[in-house]
Design a protein. Structure first.
Length: 191
Protein backbone atom coordinates (compact mmCIF):
# COMPACT_ATOMS: atom_id res chain seq x y z
CA UNK A 1 0.00 0.00 0.00
CA UNK A 2 1.46 3.30 -1.06
CA UNK A 3 1.25 6.08 1.41
CA UNK A 4 0.38 9.58 0.17
CA UNK A 5 2.59 12.25 1.59
CA UNK A 6 1.14 15.08 -0.37
CA UNK A 7 -2.44 16.26 -0.07
CA UNK A 8 -3.99 16.72 -3.46
CA UNK A 9 -6.29 19.66 -3.69
CA UNK A 10 -8.57 19.88 -6.63
CA UNK A 11 -8.12 23.26 -8.25
CA UNK A 12 -11.48 24.54 -9.36
CA UNK A 13 -12.03 27.57 -11.49
CA UNK A 14 -15.17 29.62 -11.06
CA UNK A 15 -16.11 30.97 -14.47
CA UNK A 16 -19.42 32.50 -13.40
CA UNK A 17 -18.03 35.97 -14.05
CA UNK A 18 -18.00 35.17 -17.78
CA UNK A 19 -21.76 34.65 -17.78
CA UNK A 20 -22.31 37.75 -15.67
CA UNK A 21 -20.25 39.69 -18.21
CA UNK A 22 -22.28 38.12 -21.02
CA UNK A 23 -25.55 39.14 -19.39
CA UNK A 24 -24.26 42.66 -18.80
CA UNK A 25 -23.01 42.96 -22.38
CA UNK A 26 -26.33 41.75 -23.75
CA UNK A 27 -28.20 44.25 -21.57
CA UNK A 28 -26.02 47.09 -22.88
CA UNK A 29 -26.54 45.86 -26.44
CA UNK A 30 -30.30 45.90 -25.95
CA UNK A 31 -30.07 49.43 -24.59
CA UNK A 32 -27.99 50.46 -27.60
CA UNK A 33 -30.37 49.13 -30.24
CA UNK A 34 -33.69 49.98 -28.58
CA UNK A 35 -34.33 52.93 -30.91
CA UNK A 36 -33.84 50.87 -34.07
CA UNK A 37 -37.00 49.29 -35.40
CA UNK A 38 -38.06 46.95 -38.15
CA UNK A 39 -41.48 47.01 -39.72
CA UNK A 40 -43.60 43.89 -39.48
CA UNK A 41 -47.20 43.89 -40.68
CA UNK A 42 -47.07 47.69 -40.89
CA UNK A 43 -46.00 48.08 -37.26
CA UNK A 44 -42.60 49.17 -35.96
CA UNK A 45 -41.01 46.75 -33.51
CA UNK A 46 -37.73 47.43 -31.71
CA UNK A 47 -34.82 45.12 -32.37
CA UNK A 48 -34.08 45.16 -28.64
CA UNK A 49 -37.19 43.19 -27.82
CA UNK A 50 -35.81 40.26 -29.85
CA UNK A 51 -32.89 39.93 -27.46
CA UNK A 52 -34.88 40.15 -24.24
CA UNK A 53 -35.63 36.40 -23.98
CA UNK A 54 -31.91 35.70 -24.22
CA UNK A 55 -31.32 37.67 -21.01
CA UNK A 56 -33.69 35.27 -19.23
CA UNK A 57 -31.91 32.28 -20.74
CA UNK A 58 -28.52 33.52 -19.52
CA UNK A 59 -29.92 34.23 -16.04
CA UNK A 60 -31.49 30.76 -15.95
CA UNK A 61 -28.21 29.23 -17.08
CA UNK A 62 -26.39 30.95 -14.22
CA UNK A 63 -29.07 29.69 -11.83
CA UNK A 64 -28.71 26.10 -13.04
CA UNK A 65 -24.94 25.99 -13.24
CA UNK A 66 -24.08 27.98 -10.12
CA UNK A 67 -26.82 29.15 -7.78
CA UNK A 68 -29.40 31.85 -7.28
CA UNK A 69 -26.97 34.09 -5.41
CA UNK A 70 -24.80 34.36 -8.50
CA UNK A 71 -27.91 35.12 -10.55
CA UNK A 72 -28.92 37.90 -8.17
CA UNK A 73 -25.43 39.34 -8.53
CA UNK A 74 -25.67 39.08 -12.31
CA UNK A 75 -29.05 40.85 -12.39
CA UNK A 76 -27.83 43.60 -10.08
CA UNK A 77 -24.58 44.15 -11.96
CA UNK A 78 -26.21 44.15 -15.40
CA UNK A 79 -28.97 46.51 -14.23
CA UNK A 80 -26.58 49.01 -12.64
CA UNK A 81 -24.13 48.91 -15.55
CA UNK A 82 -27.04 49.45 -17.96
CA UNK A 83 -28.05 52.61 -16.07
CA UNK A 84 -24.42 53.77 -16.04
CA UNK A 85 -24.25 53.15 -19.78
CA UNK A 86 -27.39 55.26 -20.32
CA UNK A 87 -25.82 58.07 -18.30
CA UNK A 88 -22.51 57.91 -20.13
CA UNK A 89 -24.19 57.86 -23.54
CA UNK A 90 -26.46 60.78 -22.63
CA UNK A 91 -23.40 62.75 -21.53
CA UNK A 92 -21.37 61.77 -24.61
CA UNK A 93 -24.18 62.74 -26.98
CA UNK A 94 -24.92 65.97 -25.12
CA UNK A 95 -28.48 64.93 -24.27
CA UNK A 96 -30.37 65.09 -21.04
CA UNK A 97 -30.78 61.87 -19.11
CA UNK A 98 -34.54 61.50 -18.75
CA UNK A 99 -35.47 59.85 -15.46
CA UNK A 100 -38.52 58.08 -16.89
CA UNK A 101 -36.31 56.37 -19.50
CA UNK A 102 -33.97 55.10 -16.83
CA UNK A 103 -36.67 54.00 -14.41
CA UNK A 104 -38.87 52.38 -17.04
CA UNK A 105 -36.16 50.21 -18.47
CA UNK A 106 -34.37 49.54 -15.19
CA UNK A 107 -37.52 48.62 -13.29
CA UNK A 108 -38.88 46.55 -16.16
CA UNK A 109 -35.61 44.67 -16.54
CA UNK A 110 -34.83 44.08 -12.86
CA UNK A 111 -38.36 43.18 -11.75
CA UNK A 112 -38.94 40.84 -14.70
CA UNK A 113 -35.59 39.16 -14.04
CA UNK A 114 -36.48 38.62 -10.38
CA UNK A 115 -39.91 37.28 -11.36
CA UNK A 116 -38.16 34.94 -13.79
CA UNK A 117 -35.66 33.85 -11.12
CA UNK A 118 -38.32 33.23 -8.48
CA UNK A 119 -40.54 31.15 -10.74
CA UNK A 120 -37.55 29.33 -12.23
CA UNK A 121 -36.24 28.36 -8.78
CA UNK A 122 -39.70 27.07 -7.89
CA UNK A 123 -39.82 25.02 -11.10
CA UNK A 124 -36.34 23.58 -10.49
CA UNK A 125 -37.04 22.77 -6.84
CA UNK A 126 -40.57 21.38 -7.07
CA UNK A 127 -40.90 19.88 -10.54
CA UNK A 128 -38.79 18.06 -13.06
CA UNK A 129 -38.47 21.24 -15.11
CA UNK A 130 -41.02 20.38 -17.74
CA UNK A 131 -41.09 22.18 -21.05
CA UNK A 132 -44.52 23.89 -20.65
CA UNK A 133 -43.66 25.32 -17.22
CA UNK A 134 -40.36 26.78 -18.37
CA UNK A 135 -41.98 28.22 -21.51
CA UNK A 136 -44.73 29.85 -19.44
CA UNK A 137 -42.05 31.28 -17.14
CA UNK A 138 -40.27 32.89 -20.10
CA UNK A 139 -43.51 34.29 -21.48
CA UNK A 140 -44.70 35.56 -18.11
CA UNK A 141 -41.35 37.31 -17.54
CA UNK A 142 -41.65 39.06 -20.90
CA UNK A 143 -45.22 40.11 -20.10
CA UNK A 144 -44.04 41.53 -16.74
CA UNK A 145 -41.28 43.47 -18.51
CA UNK A 146 -43.70 44.89 -21.09
CA UNK A 147 -46.27 45.71 -18.41
CA UNK A 148 -43.82 47.64 -16.22
CA UNK A 149 -42.24 49.35 -19.21
CA UNK A 150 -45.72 50.42 -20.34
CA UNK A 151 -46.70 51.70 -16.90
CA UNK A 152 -43.68 53.97 -16.83
CA UNK A 153 -44.27 55.10 -20.41
CA UNK A 154 -48.03 55.41 -20.02
CA UNK A 155 -48.20 58.21 -22.57
CA UNK A 156 -47.29 55.71 -25.31
CA UNK A 157 -50.56 53.79 -24.88
CA UNK A 158 -52.49 56.50 -26.68
CA UNK A 159 -50.72 55.83 -29.97
CA UNK A 160 -52.80 53.96 -32.53
CA UNK A 161 -50.21 51.31 -33.24
CA UNK A 162 -49.20 50.67 -29.62
CA UNK A 163 -51.44 47.67 -29.01
CA UNK A 164 -50.60 46.16 -32.37
CA UNK A 165 -46.92 46.57 -31.55
CA UNK A 166 -47.45 45.16 -28.05
CA UNK A 167 -49.12 41.95 -29.20
CA UNK A 168 -46.75 41.62 -32.13
CA UNK A 169 -43.82 41.87 -29.73
CA UNK A 170 -45.31 39.21 -27.48
CA UNK A 171 -45.93 36.98 -30.50
CA UNK A 172 -42.39 37.29 -31.84
CA UNK A 173 -40.90 36.78 -28.37
CA UNK A 174 -43.14 33.73 -27.88
CA UNK A 175 -41.59 32.10 -30.93
CA UNK A 176 -38.10 32.91 -29.65
CA UNK A 177 -39.01 31.55 -26.20
CA UNK A 178 -40.17 28.25 -27.68
CA UNK A 179 -36.69 27.72 -29.12
CA UNK A 180 -34.94 28.94 -25.96
CA UNK A 181 -36.98 26.59 -23.81
CA UNK A 182 -35.58 23.63 -25.75
CA UNK A 183 -32.09 24.95 -25.03
CA UNK A 184 -32.94 25.52 -21.36
CA UNK A 185 -34.21 21.95 -20.94
CA UNK A 186 -30.88 20.61 -22.27
CA UNK A 187 -28.78 22.49 -19.67
CA UNK A 188 -27.67 20.17 -16.90
CA UNK A 189 -27.85 21.28 -13.30
CA UNK A 190 -24.70 21.84 -11.27
CA UNK A 191 -21.10 22.32 -12.29
Amino acid sequence: MARKTKIEIKDSYNDCWIYILLLTTLTILLESIKTYEFTFMGTGVSYAILGLPFTYLIANYITKKYDYKKTISAIAISGVISVCFMGIMAFALGKNLILSNVTGEFCGYVVSQFVNLTIYLFILSNTRGSYPLILVNYLFSIIVFCMLYTLIYLNKVIYESYWTSYFLTLGIDSIICIVLTFIDIKIKRGK
